[in-house]
Design a protein around this ligand. Sequence first.
Ligand code: AMP
Length: 295
Amino acid sequence: MIIFNYIEQIKICLSNLKHSGKTVGFVPTMGALHQGHISLIEKAKQQCDFVVSSIFVNPTQFNDLNDLKKYPRSLQADCVMLEKAGCDVVFSPEINEIYTSEEIKLMQQQIEDKTWMLDMVVDFGMLDKVMEGAYRKGHFNGVAQVVSKLFRIIEPDKAYFGQKDFQQLAIIRSMTKQLGMSIEIIGCPIVREVDGLAMSSRNTRLSKEQRELAPVISIILFKSKELYQSLTVGELKSFVEKEFNSIPQINLEYFEIVDVNTLQPILEYSQTQSAIACVSLKLGEIRLIDNVILY
Ligand code: AMP
C-alpha cells in the first residue's frame, strides 16, 4: 500500500493505472477507522481493480469548532487497517493541499458562516433542508465541497459511502449528477457493534457509562420498525420521541420518518414509497446519528 500526501504524486500514480485500463474504487473517510469504513474498502475491492481511500478531517463540514478539535485522529492505526483490508493507495493530504490559502483564510474568519464555500453550481433543493441539513448549518456544503475536490483529484469509476450517513449519500448522488461526473455512487449497509450500536468514529469519545447506554438508540429504532404497521406515522413518532425523552442522559435532536428518495417527512405510509426512520441525538456532548429502513 502506498501513502500519498500530495495531489501531484497521486495523480501520476492513478493516471498510469487508468492508462492500463484498471478500474478505480474510492472510499473517502475522515480517519479514526472502524469496521464500518473497512466494509466500504472490502466492497470496493470486490468491484474494482484498484482501491484508493482518503483520510482527511475536513474542517468545512464541521459546524462546531469543539467537535472538529476533538475529532479522533489515528493515522498510523488507520493505515494498518487499510493495508490489511487490501487498500492499494491512501491519500492523506494536509489542509493546504486541499484548500487554497484564500479558502483557509475565509475558513478561519468564518467558521460559522459557510456560504462562501460553494464554488460549484449545486442546488440540493429540499434534500439539505431537513434533518442533518437543518441541524448542522453549512455541513452538506462542506461535505460536497471536499468530496467534489477529492473526486476531481482521484477521478474514480466508483465511490463508496455508508448508509449510516443516509442523507449524505443522497447529497453526494445529487452533487455527482449535477456536476456531470461519471462516477457510480455505491451505498453500503450500516455496520453495527454486536450490541447494535452503529459504528462511528465518535463512539470512542463516549464515557464508559455513555457507551453502555448507547445501544438503546438502535433498540428503539428497531422497535419502530416492528411497530410501524400497527401505528400511524404520527403515533409512531410520538412513541419514539417519548422513549428517547424518557432517558435523562439523551438529548433528542430529531426523529423523522422520511421518504428514502426525497428525504421529506411522510405523513402516512404508502405502498408506492419506501420510508426510513432517522434519528439524531446527543449523549453528553457526543452527537450520534442512526437510521433504519422501515419498508
Ligand atoms: P467518516 O469517516 O465518518 O466521514 O465516514 C466515511 C464513510 O464511512 C462514510 O461514507 C460513512 O457513511 C461510512 N461509515 C461510517 N460509519 C459507518 C458504519 N457504521 N457502517 C457503514 N459505513 C459507515
